[in-house]
Write a protein that binds this ligand. Structure first.
Ligand code: NAI
Ligand code: AKG
Length: 390
């Protein structure tokens, strides 16, 4: 039986893919083989020795201690693109919220409760306070042309915006999906100096923390509107406060409010709703669960952020999976151990990601002695071994 711990509510269409004759699933469960989560912060959590996989039903993995997981041989998965359309739609709503007094106007209209027959005329008198601008013809700068950024860029173009994008690491797959009407800009200064609107669609990492700061505000035009549906930590909040006070920033729409931004003028705070649609939740959960199953049952890896892609058809025999440091002479030491046990390698895959090598080895015997694990683990540089019997 595999044990799955869920740290957030995971869509039942996904969780239902774990067959109950093979899997036990609970929010609290001793010795889990895998954790499935959304935004739960795992940084303070002790990682159980039994843990083999962590699956983020979503894109951002800044809530997961990736380095700690890697050291322990725990494979971390995410679900690239599975919620991108949900976020794109909310970013488009954000463009409109940043342009018109929609949020402020709605709050004001509610204050008229009790005014009876005067309400229609009060509405007509008060609406002048909430007038805005149209997005057509304005320039949107998209920072991060990944799954979400590309969808936002293409959609904004169809709404009549001039769209420019910046992503020094854009993948070929994303480049092929980007409309040829979106202008790819090489330098951040050039990008920001043209923008009426800026949308952030990059991950939060130690390198991108405080990415939008005093220096970047300095590159922007007056009255710029900023959309942050990526992570709160990407924006330096003290610098934002100054930029709002000086009139540089006309509106900051964020899916990640905190105590400070909630109190600030010109901030529209949304309670992290980017991926909160039934479609996104289902897509993410299905993808996360399928990836965990494939890993636990067959050692295959798809969409991991810390391990290489590795998929190999089973041959009907037992399978050994081994993770080791990516250093010379490992494969020959591993095969020597297997040969000394009289095991014949039928098929083998060796893949690398940064300083990790991952091996899938199928042998002809249907079952192998678990004791072999100790011998393989004793090889210097090997940090994870699993035997999957047929
Ligand atoms: N509000 C919400 O509910 C959601 C928020 N997100 C956030 O949005 C982020 C992006 O999501 P996806 O587009 O799905 O991820 P993705 O991985 O497909 O795209 C991220 C893109 O950012 C680029 N990038 C990384 N560092 C950069 C930098 N310094 N400058 C410019 N580009 C850079 C990458 O090359 C990549 O193309 C996630 O990491 C997550 O933090 C994602 C999903 C839901
Ligand atoms: O699960 C959620 O609602 C959060 C989605 C998100 O922020 C992400 O996928 O990075």
């Amino acid at each position: 039986m595999f044990k799955i711990q869920t740290l957030n509510k995971i869509d039942p269409d996904g969780l239902g893919l774990f067959p109950l004759d093979k899997y036990e699933i609970a929010s609290e469960i001793p010795n889990p083989d895998a954790v499935v989560l959304r935004s739960f912060n795992m940084h303070e959590m002790e990682l159980p020795e039994s843990l083999k996989a962590v699956a983020r039903a979503g894109a951002g993995v800044n809530n997961i201690p990736i380095d700690k997981c890697t050291e322990k041989g725990v494979v971390v998965f995410n679900t690239p693109g599975a919620n991108a359309n949900g976020v794109k739609e909310l970013v488009i709503a954000g463009l409109l919220l940043a342009s018109r007094g929609i949020a402020e106007g709605i709050s004001w209209a509610k204050t008229l409760v009790g005014k009876g027959e005067e309400v229609p005329s009060l509405i007509e008198q008060g609406k002048k306070n909430f007038a805005g601008q149209e997005i057509k013809g304005k320039t949107l700068a998209v920072i991060g042309l990944g799954a979400i950024g590309v969808l936002v860029a293409n959609a904004a173009h169809t709404l009549g915006m001039k769209v420019i994008g910046y992503d020094p690491y854009m993948s070929v797959k994303q480049a092929l999906q980007l409309s040829n009407q979106v202008k790819w800009v090489k330098g951040i200064q050039s990008l920001l100096s043209q923008a009426d609107y800026v949308t952030l669609n990059i991950p939060l990492t130690p390198e991108t923390k405080g990415y939008i700061n005093k220096e970047k505000f300095g590159m922007m035009k007056k009255n710029v509107r900023i959309l942050n549906f990526a992570r709160g930590g990407l924006v330096d909040i003290n610098d934002l406060k100054e930029a709002i006070a000086s009139g540089k920033v006309a509106s900051y729409v964020t899916d990640f409010p905190n105590e400070e931004t909630l109190k600030m003028d010109k901030v529209i705070a949304i309670p992290h709703l980017g991926a909160s649609t039934s479609e996104s939740e289902t897509n993410c959960a299905i993808m996360a669960v399928n990836q965990v199953k494939d890993f636990l049952e067959d050692g295959n890896i798809k969409n991991s952020v810390n391990f290489p892609e590795a998929q190999m058809e089973r041959n009907g025999g037992a399978r050994i999976i081994i993770a080791n440091q990516n250093i010379p002479n490992m494969v020959s030491q591993i095969s020597s151990v297997l040969a000394s046990e009289g095991l014949n390698i039928d098929n083998m895959l060796n893949k690398k990601h940064e300083n990790i090598a991952y091996n899938i080895i199928d042998v002809t015997r249907p079952e192998i002695d678990e004791g072999i694990k100790a011998k393989l683990k004793a090889i210097e540089g090997v940090f994870m071994v699993r035997v999957i019997q047929n």
